[in-house]
Design a protein around this ligand. Structure first.
Ligand code: 3PG
Length: 394
């Protein structure tokens, strides 16, 4: 990005730097699954350590109302597979303060989930305790704030939009790579097929007014199915529990719902965790939905064969369980195949697709670009200004 300085523009030797990374990852049975975000973030941390900075890392996991809202202890263990990083179970307390003060040049310290502090989600709160601690502390002074979390730049949150107002700011290597890949993107996306999945329907809504062909899966596909007036049975209850403001989201989707392609069938989890295929007509069902069904997979493969460009966001089913990753993996394989044949430009977004990549043995070489971002990328494609980027330009 022409108007945002990078790590190459600053001297950080012996200086305190505050790094905002995105380590947000999939969690199964309390364990973080192998995460591309963690692996990539380690690249920037390595460079900062090598250049002799005293690195304090802040990041989030989940949201205050979600089941994956946990501490970053497990993340620190994963991060340590790539680069040595210390960890304290604290954010703005005595333990964090002591550990920051004791940092030596070339050392890095990960603090706990920044969203554990309520001021993270309320950036304009008076006497914001995060701003007080990180930007106005008498015991240490950050020379630079480094934003390496493009994937959170669509959020107005303290660590994204407030810190750069107080500390000189640059972008990290993960963010730099992402922005470089996206710079030419808007030129290409006019006839792009949008495959929208994942578990954050409120993000996807932004793209529904576009003229592009849209096919859907995952939680988003189910919510769009509800918006068309269908009753999914047990899954209705699950969605109501899982998604904040579901009725409002459905109301927003409704006017566009006719032009969106939704699944014609689903795979549900039957007795003994078995995969059962049910046509849409067979709903409402007593079973919860875990994937798109085989008929839908075939229909979506045909759509991909007609497309010249594809943007896929988020998984189409529950990829933490192999049985229910069929939809996502078949679609990803088809996109990869056509990309390799030079028939398709493919952009894959959403950090939560990394499980599917690992299962399908796919990697970044198989697509035109894999983004670590979900909602932020989507906002970017929708042509919105990202608050986290705008503040860095100032
Ligand atoms: C993501 O997973 O897209 C980013 O980490 C942002 O998370 P959020 O949607 O909870 O803000």
């Amino acid at each position: 990005m022409k108007n945002i300085p990078t790590l190459s523009d600053i001297n950080i030797k012996n200086k305190f730097v505050l790094l905002r990374s995105d380590l947000n990852s999939d969690i199964k049975d309390g364990k973080i699954l192998p995460s591309e975000r963690i692996k990539q973030s380690a690249i920037t941390i390595k460079e900062l350590k090598k250049k002799g900075a005293k690195v304090v890392i802040i990041a989030h996991q989940g949201r205050p109302d979600s089941s994956d809202f946990t501490s970053l202890y497990e993340h620190s263990k994963q991060l340590n597979k790539y680069i040595k990083v210390m960890y304290v179970n604290d954010l703005v307390g005595e333990e964090a303060l002591g550990a920051i003060k004791n940092l030596m040049p070339g050392e890095a310290l990960l603090l706990d989930n920044i969203r554990f502090n309520k001021d993270e989600m309320n950036p304009s709160s008076k006497k914001n305790s995060l701003v007080e601690f990180f930007c106005k502390n008498k015991d240490f002074k950050f020379e630079y704030y480094i934003n390496d979390a493009f994937s959170v730049c669509h959020r107005e949150q303290t660590s994204i939009t407030e810190f750069p107002k107080h500390i000189k700011s640059v972008i990290g290597r993960v963010m730099e790579r992402e922005l470089a890949a996206l710079e030419n993107l808007r030129l290409r996306d006019a006839n792009c097929l949008f495959i929208l999945g994942g578990a954050k329907p409120e993000d996807n809504i932004k793209l529904l007014k576009s003229k592009n062909k849209i096919i859907t899966g995952g939680i988003f596909g189910q919510v769009c199915t509800l918006a068309k007036g269908k009753n999914l049975g047990a899954q209705n209850k699950f969605l109501a529990k899982q998604i904040k403001d579901l009725p409002k989201i459905i109301t927003k989707i409704k006017p566009q719902s006719k032009s969106i392609q939704t699944p014609s069938d689903f795979a549900v989890k039957g007795k003994n965790d078995s995969r059962i295929e049910l046509k849409l007509e067979e709903f409402p069902s007593q079973f919860e939905i875990y994937d798109i069904g085989k008929i839908t997979i075939d229909q979506y493969v045909k759509e991909i064969s007609k497309a010249k460009a594809v943007y896929m966001k988020g998984p189409l089913g529950y990829c933490e369980d192999e049985k229910f990753s069929t939809g996502t993996i078949t679609i990803l394989n088809e996109i990869a195949k056509r990309t390799k044949e030079n028939k398709l430009f493919s952009l894959i977004g959403g950090g939560h697709l990394s499980n599917a990549f690992a299962r399908a043995n796919l990697n970044e070489k198989d697509f035109s670009h894999i983004s670590l971002s979900g909602g932020a990328l989507l906002s970017f494609i929708a042509g919105e200004k990202l608050p986290g980027l705008e503040v860095l330009k100032k």
